[in-house]
Design a protein around this ligand. Structure first.
Ligand code: ASP
Length: 335
């Protein structure tokens, strides 16, 4: 038996392997004046709790899928973010949730879209990845599958929050006014300010075995209609991971992220052009997307645990933590 395969060596290698996690809670205008000090603190506390919980999994030797799940569950269960409880409303006043996950070790992936009764959509995305031969399940079919896997359905009202309901009323007023002007619903929705669009959550992690995983969960865009689905459940757009290369989770104006294949494009730059994660993600978010008119940001991590969190909006709720370091929690560019 070669020395490299003894249990002792395996453990020694694992112990030296860097690990890290990054999370986001959505990008958008986020004007400093729009958050009271108490609200700011509430966001920062929740982001810290999520990143620390994911970090703890990694530090204990757990895998990056579990770390991503634990961190995203905390954000889904908080009314502050547009995922799980606190998801935005559709035009008709309901919630349709999307989520996806990708495992960089196996290149397997799972996604659900348009689910209405799944408390933690990221869990179901993981179950689709692990327990089905498919990558993406939609709507009632996804929920039927969930039942076969022992999930309990929750009422759609479980995701209700007063502030998102108010947002829907304001958004609808804006849409209707602008629709009356040019009669174009799609154009009216596209014109909505960032504050009505964003707030998705996501996590990327590198575990001690060098495995990269990305996950994303969202309620989508306020006042979405006609079963609109964004980038978050689309592998290569909102989520992507490949061992040895990178893992990315996105947030922003989904239509652009789908058309520009944002998460996959960043990883392709790292893989084929040998660009650093910082340069690759900056080129896509701050050059390509800006030229296209697409707003948003990503969290990205490479196989060494380097992290990039670029965004081209006013702010992006985010937190990072690398092995042996403390958590960093940020909302704007400078803090
Ligand atoms: N990307 C999401 C979507 O388009 C929205 C967001 O990131 O907040 O559905």
């Amino acid at each position: 038996m070669s020395a490299a395969l003894t249990p002792f060596m395996a453990q020694a290698n694992t112990e030296n392997q860097p690990f890290a996690i990054a999370i986001h809670g959505g990008a958008g205008t986020i004007a400093k004046a729009s958050l009271t000090p108490q609200q700011q603190q509430a966001y920062r506390d929740k982001l810290k709790q999520a990143v620390d919980s994911g970090y703890q999994v990694l530090s204990d030797g757990g895998d990056s899928i579990e770390a991503v799940k634990v961190a995203i569950n905390i954000l889904e269960n908080s009314p502050l973010f547009n995922a799980g409880v606190g998801s935005v409303y559709t035009f008709e006043g309901a919630h349709e949730l999307d989520a996806s996950v990708m495992n960089g070790l196996t290149m397997n992936a799972g996604a659900v879209s348009g689910v209405k009764h799944i408390k933690n959509p990221i869990d179901l995305a993981i179950t689709v990845m692990d327990k089905s031969p498919h990558v993406m399940l939609y709507g009632m079919g996804a929920e039927e599958f969930a039942l076969t896997q022992g999930y309990k359905l929750v009422p759609n009202q479980h995701f209700d929050t007063p502030h998102r309901y108010e947002q829907l009323q304001t958004a609808k007023k804006k849409i209707i006014e602008s629709e009356l002007k040019d009669g174009d619903y799609q154009a009216s929705v596209a014109r909505l300010d960032d504050e009505f669009k964003f707030g998705t959550v996501g996590a990327v992690a590198l575990d001690k075995n060098g495995n990269l995983v990305a996950g994303t969960s969202t309620g989508g865009m306020t006042a979405k209609r006609y079963n609109r689905i964004g980038d978050s459940p689309v592998i290569g757009a909102g989520t992507y991971a490949e061992n040895g290369v990178c893992a990315v989770s996105a947030t922003g104006h989904g239509e652009y992220f789908i058309r520009y294949q944002v998460a996959g494009d960043i990883c392709a730059k790292v893989k084929y052009q040998k660009k650093s994660i910082i340069q690759a993600s900056d080129e896509v978010i701050n050059q390509r997307l800006i030229t296209a008119g697409g707003t948003g940001g990503v969290i990205a991590i490479d196989h060494r645990g380097n992290i990039a969190t670029p965004f081209n909006t006013g702010g992006m709720y985010r937190a990072t933590r690398k092995s042996g370091e403390q958590a960093q929690v940020m909302i704007w560019r400078d803090q």
